[in-house]
Design a protein around this ligand. Sequence first.
Ligand code: GLY
Length: 568
Amino acid sequence: MKKNLFFTILAVIALIACKQQPLAIQKTSERGPIGDSAMIVSAHPLATEAGLEIMRQGGNAFDAAIAVHFALQVVFPEAGNIGGGGFAVIRNKNGESTTLDFREKAPKAASRDMYLDENGDVIPLKSRLGHLAAGVPGSVAGMWALYQEYGSLPWSDLLIPAIRLAYHGHLLTELAASNLNDAQEDFKKANKYGTWAIKEGGWAKGDSSVQRELAATLSFIQNQGRDGFYKGIVADQIVKEMQSGNGLISFEDLETYEVKWRQPVTGEYKGHRIISMPPPSSGGVALIQLLQGAERYDFGKTGHNTSATIHLMTELERRVYADRATYLGDPDYYEVPVAMLLDPEYNKKRYSDINQKRKTSSEDIKEGKVEIIESVQTTHYSIVDREGNAISVTTTLNGYFGCKVMVQGAGFFLNNEMDDFSAKPGIPNMFGLVGAEANAIAPGKRMLSSMTPTIVEKDNRLFMVTGTPGGATIITSVFQSILNVIDHGMTMQEAVNAPRLHSQWLPDIIVAEKGRLSEKTQSELEAMGHVIEFRSGLGKVDAILALPDSTFEGGADYNRGDDYAGGF
Ligand code: GLY
């Protein structure tokens, strides 16, 4: 019976066939592409095109988000996910805002010390590679809940672009080929029966990625909604995969997974209203704390990325990240003091010891050897429509290709989000991902995130939609995208292109993008006591600015990734 259904669905997929459309050339001017009625910015041109296709058919921003989300699973399997989870911040056409939490959860059989050995030490890689690293995926339930609340076109139409891409294939970009090549050894370790992602001799730009098993999985979801994933054939495949590798996700975990609609965290910044993601993401709270600190200074006057501005931003960041490590976790399991952290009086006091000329040592800010270095692979998309709806979604498998386990027969990777918990509260695990009691592992709990999907209003109107991947650097990249526009008067594209920096309490350093900090600024910062380290790229911001003439400017991070803005 199940088999018949499988082949019927495959036949339907074949009928959906349609040739890939050539893409418009991405603009590279300092102003991003402009749309009168709609704008989508995502990590891949074909995902952006999937959303635009739905909007051209009359779909709204939420319909487009669903199409983009499923298309990213196909064309950006590094982080696009049905095997992962994420967060959405929504502002509808009436100006009402809400957030949707479809974060993964610890399986019911998870336990606090599951990644420790008999001496209480963290077992290397156990929370990162292989079946035991996977949390219960939330993405399909998230898209289904979004659709139930806001969808306008038939659900089945929204899956068509993704199914078409999976069934007929798409051509790999240079970056996509290189990401697949980097993970070959891990794919072999984690998949005893192999996966399409393993290729002897390696992948090259222009290779075709055809994913027929994934097309079948997507068509189950297309036909049965969330049940097409959390029950039936796909659920069978997930549980069988878990059992083959000592993973924990059970039928009960899948059936009982639920999303949460949560009140956004909000704050004011220089005449703008910030709407962002509450816990279990630390992103919104930390962003608003940072902006409360930034209100104290005139960064427009001290100048973009001057030593004076970078020093002050770093001093704010080290204090906010110290709070994050101590206080943030899943609010359903731990009383997160959100009101305290967002209280302007609290933050005024918190920042009162900042010395404008000299760096504070992170050791002086708070005792403890806590270090936060999360994996940097996630993805973000921002969407607005002609009716005035806006959605900002950051979504992840955690590491690139998650735990590297592809569900056999189902064609998608599972997340390794369990690594976002503190394997051992108070002590950094070997990947540096730590926190406190608030983020300890418990059955059914959501792991702490840094994802910061954000919407900004001005005078009660939509002003900006922003967000980025980047693990712990997400918060500071979103912070800079907002400062770049509001304080430094940049266009959206300039704000996205601008060099970024990052600091996070511990390690007690400033991270700068390689080749993008002048020697003069570097030596001025060093004279203040700062230690600078360099990384190849920080974040991939995909954002939209609502312009005064009611058009939308898309800012895609096409210098740091394959990201693409498109509108009409
Ligand atoms: N996995 C990255 C994050 O949630 O922040």
